[in-house]
Design a protein around this ligand. Sequence first.
Ligand code: F6P
Ligand code: MG
Length: 298
Amino acid sequence: MLSNINLPFELQRLLENLIAVPNNLRAATSKYLSESSNVNVHGEQSMQLDLFANDLVKESLVGLDFIHSIASEEEDELIYMNTNGKYLLCFDPLDGSSLINTNQAVGIVFALYDKDKVFNVPLKESLIMSFYFHIGKNNSLLINYKDNITHLEYLDDGFHVKDVNTINEDANNIAPGNLKLLSTNTRYKDYILSRLESGLKLRYFACLISDIHFLLSKAGGIFIYLNDDKHVNGKLRLLYEVAPVSHIICALNAKSINHTGQNILDLIPSNIHQNSSLVAGSSSEVDLFTELVLNIKE
Ligand code: F6P
Ligand code: MG
């Protein structure tokens, strides 16, 4: 199935090496449901399944000599793989792992960068390919390569191509994260209440990949995770969460900005574990949010 997607040979190999990870993760889940003793670079207690997923991904990359280095949410430092490689692969091996004990969907998200460009140019120029697996009732795989989006879904007999629609300008659902801000940010509170009164449906899964996959599957909506005093730049991870999901949905006509109103794909990162806020989804809704909550007039 992957051979039907128009990808350079190396990128196809990368996906082929990773394609079994979601099912291997499913098969092992019940063995790794406890917390581990590890605290990751973001100060979060890793689940055993986070570490298992991280190992699964790393093992799948062995032999891919075009990968220069990797950065993972579960690794403090960059790991060097092949001196002559061209790419930096950044990933969150298990997005939404705090939900795993409740049998909710989780994700695995990847961003492949030109290793020489990533800290020197805007993300849109260094991102080669973004992709995520959404592990729910079925496994979905979303890929952006050169702004061509491919959506595959795994059924009993393998992956099948699924339709993917562009994202409508208007939202009909809203996923507001970090709601503790409502007690201090009146603009955010007024916006949320008025948009719910206007009929937007509340849909928040607390797993970025699930929220983005929902928005994409419904062809519209807005996801919001603003910064706060504890996470002054936001809590989400720029290189291996926010950038790849923005790369995917912006190729489908969505908008994706941070709390200062900057387009995510225009940012130049400075560190592999950099944090970010995120407001993403239907373009008119992101514009409305920019005006009403961020108080920025276009
Ligand atoms: O990886 C960070 C993350 O788990 C995202 O997947 C998700 O969007 C967010 O944090 C959930 O945060 P909270 O538990 O504060 O809603
Ligand atoms: Mg995550």
